[in-house]
Design a protein around this ligand. Structure first.
Ligand SMILES: [Fe+2]
Ligand SMILES: [Fe+2]
Length: 290
């Protein structure tokens, strides 16, 4: 049994243009190549990935019926993801301007999306979106909850990551609720989302680590074992680790799972205070300019 669908509170549109000025060091996370490049690899995945999330959710918009609350939430979800995509394109152009092989890695991501569009049914693509939203919510929560994940980050880069993490946490249930409303039959939905999770987990992590490796190799640091040890320690057992995510990943397989059963409201409140006023100022400025 799932919670009623209208459980995501109204989502805010915080249209903030982040500062990717030239003074940001290439290895912006505490001067550490390997730790930085793990985040940069995620950023390179986002624009294509988030476009696919929007497409797969919008495909079902007329199937979710007259539930005005869900229709509104979907529109807000699309607006948030579109802004994330825009800002990560700017982030990625900044990486490219500093020599990272961004276009080549973007082609890998685009290739996977093209494969999915060509060979997977819309329901499977929606289920994959729902799973990847669970991943982004797990990463996001670690970032918001544990300051060590971004310890030593350049403030501009911490700024975009925390903004994105806040909004991923806010909208973590939207794609799930669309799947719930659009696909008939509780067993079919359960089978779809659990098989999608088993399918997508190895693909997602293989791509993320391959891209991280390529960025590190391009920096000439592939043989830096100490750098790898730090990254692997952090990502496998430390602050941003897969081991800490594992219980939430396992929770996905409970028949009654719903993303909002994992309460993140205190985190949302804490970080909203940081970003809401900036989002409003940016909107006022845009209105005044237009
Ligand atoms: Fe996003
Ligand atoms: Fe998202």
């Amino acid at each position: 049994m799932t919670l009623p669908r209208a459980t995501t509170p109204p989502l805010r549109r915080r249209d903030i243009a982040f500062d990717f000025g030239a003074r940001i060091p290439v290895h912006w996370l505490d001067g550490h190549c390997h730790r930085t490049r793990f985040y940069d690899a995620m950023s390179i995945m986002f624009p294509e990935g988030e476009r696919a999330f929007i497409e797969s959710v919008q495909h079902y918009r007329d199937r979710i019926g007259v539930d005005a609350s869900l229709q509104r939430t979907v529109a807000e979800f699309v607006a948030q993801e579109a802004l994330h995509s825009r800002e990560h394109v700017r982030y990625n152009r900044h990486l490219q301007a500093h020599g990272a092989p961004v276009e080549r890695l973007e082609r890998w991501v685009a290739g996977q999306q093209a494969f999915a569009r060509r060979y997977l049914a819309p329901a499977a693509r929606l289920a994959i979106t729902v799973c990847l939203e669970h991943f982004t919510a797990m990463f996001a929560e670690q970032m918001l909850r544990d300051p060590r994940t971004l310890e030593g980050a350049h403030p501009s880069m911490a700024d975009i990551w925390l903004w994105h993490a806040l909004e991923e946490t806010e909208h973590k249930a939207v794609a799930f609720d669309v799947l719930d409303a659009a696909i008939a039959g509780a067993f079919r939905r359960y089978a779809l989302r659990t098989s999608a999770m088993l399918f997508v987990t190895p693909i997602f992590f293989t791509l993320l680590w391959r891209m991280t490796f390529q960025l590190i190799r391009h920096d000439g640091r592939a043989a830096d074992l100490r750098g790898w040890a730090t990254l692997l320690r952090e990502r496998l057992v430390g602050s941003g680790s897969l081991v800490r995510m594992f219980p939430q990943w396992c929770a996905w397989f409970r028949p009654g799972f719903h993303p909002l059963r994992h309460d993140s409201r205190a985190l949302i409140e804490r970080y909203s205070a940081r970003y809401d006023a900036r989002g409003k100022r940016a909107r006022r400025k845009a209105n005044a300019d237009s």
